[in-house]
Design a protein around this ligand. Structure first.
Ligand SMILES: *Cc1c(COP(=O)(O)O)cnc(C)c1O
Length: 456
């Protein structure tokens, strides 16, 4: 397995050929899932004592298995939050793997971590956090949120009276599901604020004023959202930050999806107050065109994160020797061994420059505006709310939930588009509506028109 022979050389060429073909493809097939039994029938047993051979395994992958996946970078994939990694970043993902770099410690990964940190400096600069703020790349927004929540909670527990006290976090109903899920992981409670639109400073203040002093004692953090995943809504970050400062609460901003828009001059003002956060989550694998998986957590005061996350182990001590002294990514988030997952972003940023990133993010926002206009002009659809960031919520007049499901299914089945419905709170009911989320700068106005026509 570790020898070099002619089979390996041939396999390397095959793999490279496939990768070049995929990276340079301009028209993608919209694959779809198949039942597990069906896939098993098509590929048979792949793990055997003697192996089936690389050629056969790769053939099965190309002919059957990859076709049972949905390429997230398809320009008519407007469901969930799609992705559109740059070709340079995907190529460099191959290089990152080939280079076998341990990304936990400077001692082993210095050159790679240096690159990650260069990219991170740009991300931090977008937030306008004060001097000293810094961050680290994580497996995604979920891990970033968890890392920040642990840092917040440990910081709070430096006060001995909070040791052993179950923590409480305030956030809004628009917060991402991972906030609730990660609160379970750290065994904290969540208090959800019902706000009409965005969570404001006064919503937060009213909530804090309304809880009993016993509950107030358990409150250690507030999570604002910098672009809700469903609707692109940005909370009143400045108002929330001021209350957090007054109340001595850790302020985390979850901008996993919306964080890319910090690069866009046209909407940057909406994020005012983010520079007052204690921690921020941004997913480069969403709106900064990195391949999966690449999230990031940024701290105003990284030392506080280090106090919470640095792992001590006697076998790790040698890594902390003189020449090895530098930034250890493992000290600032939950993972120890890690790939240098910020490397693809670094290479693409270095190759293209930050201006092209700005432009590509602005394109997503422009597409949402174009879609909004097309929807306003058509008689059979209407906007549920004005487009926000790159999210557009709209309804097809007269449609019931099952009409939306059938429409999604039909468009996906025919290989045309993947656009999924979502739910929106309309008074007391949760209405099923349609949603676009634009990430891919290759999506065109014609694509949007054609998708809207498919609802006629
Ligand atoms: C996507 C998203 C997350 C979760 O990020 P993953 O990278 O999927 O773990 C968290 N918060 C928000 C606002 C998101 O949009």
């Amino acid at each position: 397995m570790h020898n070099i022979d002619i089979d390996l050389v041939e396999m390397t060429l095959d793999v490279m050929k496939y990768a070049i073909h995929r990276i340079t493809a301009t028209s993608l097939e919209l694959g779809q899932p198949k039942k597990e039994e069906e896939l098993r029938k098509l590929v048979g047993e792949t793990i055997t004592s003697q192996g089936i051979g690389g050629e056969k395994a790769f053939q099965l992958f190309k002919d059957v298995l990859v076709k049972a996946t949905v390429p997230i970078d398809h320009p008519r994939h407007l469901a969930f939050v799609s992705a559109a990694p740059t070709r340079a970043s995907i190529m460099f993902d191959l290089v990152t793997s080939a280079s076998s770099i341990h990304g936990a410690y400077w001692m082993e990964g210095a050159g790679g971590i240096f690159c990650e940190n260069e990219a991170m400096k740009w991300l931090v600069s977008l937030t306008r956090l004060p001097e000293g703020a810094f961050g680290v790349f994580t497996s995604g927004g979920t891990a970033a949120n968890l890392s920040a929540m642990v840092a917040a909670r440990e910081n709070w527990r430096k006060d001995p009276k909070n040791i052993g006290v179950r923590g409480l976090i305030i956030t809004s109903i628009g917060a991402h599901s991972s906030i609730k899920a990660m609160a379970k992981v750290i065994d904290a409670d969540i208090l959800l604020v019902e706000s009409e639109n965005r969570l404001t400073g006064s919503d937060l203040k009213n909530t804090i004023d309304s809880i009993s002093s016993d509950i107030r004692k358990r409150l250690f953090a507030v999570v604002g959202t910098g672009g809700t995943t469903n609707a692109g809504i940005i909370d009143d970050l400045q108002g929330i930050a001021r209350i957090c400062q007054k109340e001595n609460l850790w302020f985390h901003v979850d901008a996993a999806y919306g964080g890319g828009a910090l690069a866009a001059d046209s909407v940057r003002h909406l994020f005012k107050g983010i520079e007052m956060a204690d921690s921020i989550t941004i997913d480069p694998h969403k709106w900064l065109f990195s391949p999966y998986d690449c999230g990031a957590v940024i701290y105003k005061n990284p030392d506080k994160a280090k106090e919470a996350h640095a792992q001590e182990g006697s076998y790790l001590d040698i890594f902390k020797d003189e020449g090895a002294i530098g930034f250890n990514p493992s000290d600032y988030q939950i993972q120890l061994t890690r790939r240098v997952r910020g490397l693809p972003l670094w290479f693409s940023l270095a190759m293209h420059g930050t201006d092209k990133y700005k432009k590509a993010v602005e394109q997503g926002i422009a597409l949402a505006q174009i879609a909004g206009k097309l929807i306003a002009e058509a008689s059979y659809v209407e906007l549920v709310r004005e487009p926000s960031l790159s999210c557009v919520l709209f309804r097809r007049l007269g449609w019931k939930p099952k009409d939306y499901y059938n429409w999604t299914y039909k468009n996906h089945k025919s290989g045309f588009a993947l656009v999924t419905p979502t739910k929106w709170k309309n008074g007391n009911i949760k209405e099923t509506i349609a949603r676009f989320c634009f990430i891919n700068p290759d999506t065109t106005k014609d694509d949007i028109s054609a998708i809207l026509k498919s609802m006629k």
